[in-house]
Each structure stands twice: as structure tokens, then as C-alpha cells.
Design a protein around this ligand. Sequence first.
Ligand SMILES: [Zn+2]
Length: 282
Amino acid sequence: MKEKRDCKIVQDLLPIYIENLTNEETNNFIEEHLRNCSECKTVLENMKKEIPVSTTQKDNREVKYMKKYSKKLKTLKYALLIIIILYVILVGRRTFIMASLSKKAVENQMNDNYYVRLYSYQGDTLTITESYNKGEDYLTTHTRVVNGNNIQKISYYKKGEEQLFITESDGKKHILNSETMAGGHILPVTYVSDGIFANLQYALITGIDSTYCNGKECYVIKGKNYERYIDKETGLAVRNIEKSNKEITRQNDIVVDYEYKFNIVKDSDIVKPDTSDSSITE
Ligand SMILES: [Zn+2]
């Protein structure tokens, strides 16, 4: 009875005994018991043989796994860091591009001697706008062409104090009240602003790519409903595509091509439109 109870105690202690965690007194007790008990001795030998080995293996596996995992985690951290750095560089670069384009555009918009030509296509309608601008003076004409036929021409003329607003359609000319003149002054168009938030939006969301358009090196900004091509040299619009969508009821995309020439406009380019055979509409 007593021996059996000792066995129970010894076997309970064996796991910590083989780990050398027991004190000397306990060791003496265990060792004396083991000398006289083959059953406990067998238990101890089995423990020494199997458990420690398998525990070590398990530990090794865990250590290996942890090492591998932490290595993976480290790689992931570096990859993430590189992605963040690249993203910051990209956004910074785009913001810088937008800011420098905006600076060029503002410079060009301040120049008051320029020629503009716009081709605006929508479906089978083409509107050609030509505008000569010199100081406060200008001559702007819009010619609407449908299926290859000129159907309407509108001219805006301003030289010094003299103003003229004239439309031509079906071979008839009408002089309109020059007080109601609107749209005569065509300003150079740009799609970049010096607003930091607008530029950040382009940089973060929209994206800017390099491309060619109308023979010019451009940046293109593509949004959901538009594509805007900006001349790298001038910061001004080269082409704008407004895509038709259901919200604005429109059947065709509007494509506008822009062409600018600076410092070439002479006074003689701003010619008063011919008003013969015209009726006056006040
Ligand atoms: Zn025993």
C-alpha cells in the first residue's frame, strides 16, 4: 500500500526530476525508490527516451516557425515601407508636375498677344473657333459646320472703342447689339490650377501620364468622365474630351482640340468683319 503510494508520488515527480528541477532531498527519495521499483524505473526510462526528444523536436519546429514567420514579417514590413516611399515619391512628383504646369499656364495666360484655334467636335457637328487677341482688342469667329456644310458663323470684334457682334446663317448677316456681346474674348484654357487641393486630388486619385497629343508632348489626366491633355511646354489645354453620360443628357462625347500661338498677332489681323448686306437686330 505504502509502496504503491510512493510510486504515485515518484511518477508525479519524474517529469520535473528529469528536468533537474527537484531538490536534493527529493532526488534522494526518487533515486532510492527507483533502485527498488522496476516499474517506476521503466517509466523514467521511457520518459527519457521519448518525451524529451519529442519535446525538443516540437520546440525546434516552433523556433523554426517563429524564425521563418518573423523573417516573413520583416520582409513584409520592408515591402510595405518601400511601397509607401514609392507612393510618396509618386504623389510628390505628380504634385510637383501639376504645380509647375500651373506656373507655366499662368505665365501664358498673362500674355495678351495670342492666337487661339479650337476644333470642337460633337457627333457630326464641328465648331471651329479662331481668336486673335492683342491687348484689349480681339477678333473671334465661331464657325459651325454640320455634315461638312457651314451653317452658322458668329463674329466678335473689338478694336479700341469699336465693337461689333455679327451672325451669319443661310447667307444672311445680322448685326446684333454689341452690348450683349458674350464669349468674344477667348482666354487660353488650362486644366491645372495652383490650388494645392486640386493638384493633390489629381496626384492622389486621378493620375497623370505622359503621352503625345496633336503633335505635342503632353500630360494626360484621366477622370471618369473626361480626358484632359495638357501641353508640357505651356501648361495649356491641347485636347479635352468630355464623355457623354446619362446625367448630362448627351449622345456624343465632346472633343475639343486647342492650338495656341503667342506673340504673333498684329493689328492687321484684327480685321473688322464685312457688314455689307446685313440687317440690324437690336
Ligand atoms: Zn514505484
